[in-house]
Design a protein around this ligand. Structure first.
Ligand code: AMP
Ligand code: ZN
Length: 468
């Protein structure tokens, strides 16, 4: 299996450190709001990478953090008049709900930065002891000039960055020895969460979090480190500097980066305000459609989001579901049980689609071509089966379709639609909640129904409902 490594700018054969095992770290979101569909891209593509490696027989130790201490979390907490912890706990729970909807498997471990401060302090201390970091009045900086390989991941011209950086020095950071030096520890400001350290009461810089959590849960040397391409510089460059100087070993062998999800050809981001949350999308679509849309492009190609492309993704996914459903309907009706000789030949031909699928995935996770192989199978199943086909043959076709989709985390089986009685019961529960003035519960029930495609209308004759 080949993976494109940002470090070497080449597609390389994947060779794990320990045979049969993969140690993989993916930088997770900062939790101060619902995640947007740009954040969902690394979640979906690297979950698919994990699933494919598991399919190939690797035991994958998959670690992905939540950054639960950050300026934006603190700002949101102040805005709402609650603690930073309340904000991060709330949005971690919401993020996990979205992940479930997108069929993103929970990581082996989801560490929280705030639970790992002790380990970060130890790493920073080691860096100071080795001369790679220095303390100026309670702020600790990493000394980039001391690490010869600084810049090896981002392939940037550091001299240009340095001279550009000099004019950009932020107030309060003018005590740095070099414009490229970055913060490992910073003193608290009034009203901020803080931890005690040998340098000041304060909190860690963002980059050290990942170096520490990766080391703690996966070891000093890992196979794959991944995230969105905006993280290459400075975040991942700085992680390499910290980890390699602290541990005296190469950090990650393969660095994988997904391209952006854009909208009107600009990066979708919270700061630009041009985003859709996963939750918003879930009101209109099954999140399988979102997953399909993401995987229908190569993870290193920019992907433009639009209403039209979501509609065409929905229709394309529908074609797979319809084909799988058709086989499912035919199976119990098939008169012959065992495969005929002719069907045996056809099942031999069918293997070609799995081969194509694997070839695509082995080529740097080309999910777009893997999906094309699934569509070839769909076409084959639609044309090469009818009421005279045997049960075993139909079952084999269907299983193949379900199995290939499953490797990509797509479910080739339609969700059973809620029964009318269940819907009626929920509506009655919502009416009771409203009577009791429990509007929170009432709204939750309405949202739950909406996520199942049920729209409520309050009319003079009472509550009416319809399917979206
Ligand atoms: P953040 O919460 O901004 O640190 O982002 C969490 C993850 O989402 C990181 O891996 C980012 O690179 C990634 N990400 C953020 N915005 C986008 C986008 N528009 N397209 C693809 N990935 C993104
Ligand atoms: Zn990170």
């Amino acid at each position: 299996m080949k993976l494109y490594n940002t470090l070497t700018k080449k597609k390389e054969e994947f060779i794990p450190i320990t045979e049969g095992q993969v140690k993989m770290y993916v930088c997770g979101p900062t939790v101060y709001n619902f995640i947007h569909i740009g954040n969902a891209r690394p979640m979906i593509v690297f979950d698919t990478a994990r699933r494919y490696m598991e399919y190939k027989g690797y035991d994958v130790n998959f670690v992905s953090n939540f950054t639960d201490v950050d300026d934006k979390i603190i700002a949101k907490a102040n805005e709402e008049g609650v603690s930073a912890e309340e904000i991060s706990t709330r949005y971690i729970a919401e993020c996990k709900k979205d992940m479930e909807g997108m069929n993103v498997k929970p990581a082996t471990t989801h560490p929280l930065a705030t639970q790992e401060i002790g380990g970060m302090i130890d790493m920073i201390q080691t860096l100071i002891d080795k001369g790679y970091a220095y303390d100026v009045d309670g702020t600790v900086y990493f000394r980039t000039r001391k690490f010869d390989e600084y810049g090896k991941l981002s392939h940037k011209n550091l001299d240009d960055l340095r001279s550009g950086g000099r004019s950009l020095l932020v107030t309060g950071e003018d005590s740095k020895e070099d414009p490229l030096d970055f913060v490992l520890w910073k003193p608290k400001k009034e009203g901020e969460p803080f931890w005690k350290s040998p340098w000041s009461e304060g909190r860690p810089g963002w980059h050290i979090e990942c170096s520490e959590m990766s080391k703690k849960y996966l070891g000093e040397e890992i196979d794959i480190h991944a995230g969105g391409e905006d993280l290459i510089f400075p975040h991942h460059e700085n992680e390499i500097a910290q980890s390699e100087c602290c541990n005296g070993k190469p950090f990650a062998r393969y660095w994988l980066h997904n391209a952006f999800l854009n909208i009107d050809n600009r990066k979708m981001s919270k700061s630009l305000g041009n985003f859709f949350t996963v939750r918003e999308i879930s009101e209109k679509y099954d999140l399988q459609v979102l997953r399909f849309f993401m995987l229908n492009a190569h993870y290193r190609s920019p992907l433009n989001f639009s209403a039209e492309i979501m509609e065409s993704s929905k229709n394309a996914l529908e074609r797979i579901l319809t084909s799988a459903d058709r086989l499912k309907d035919m199976i119990p009706k098939a008169e012959k049980a065992a495969v005929s000789d002719q069907e045996k030949d056809l099942l031999e031909q069918m293997k070609e689609f799995r081969n194509k699928f694997e070839m695509a995935m082995d080529d740097d996770l080309n999910t777009a071509d893997a999906i094309a192989a699934i569509f070839e199978l769909v076409k084959f199943a639609n044309t090469e089966s009818d009421e005279n086909s045997s049960r075993e043959y139909l079952e084999t076709l269907r299983k193949e379709m379900v199995s290939l989709c499953d490797i990509l985390g797509l479910k080739a089986e339609r969700k059973a639609e809620s029964l009318d009685e269940e819907i009626e019961a929920l509506i009655a529960k919502r009416q009771e909640a409203r009577k009791a003035k429990n509007f929170k519960l009432a709204d939750e029930i309405r949202d739950q129904l909406l996520s199942q495609g049920i729209i409520l209308e309050d009319t003079r004759e009472g509550v009416k409902w319809k399917r979206a």
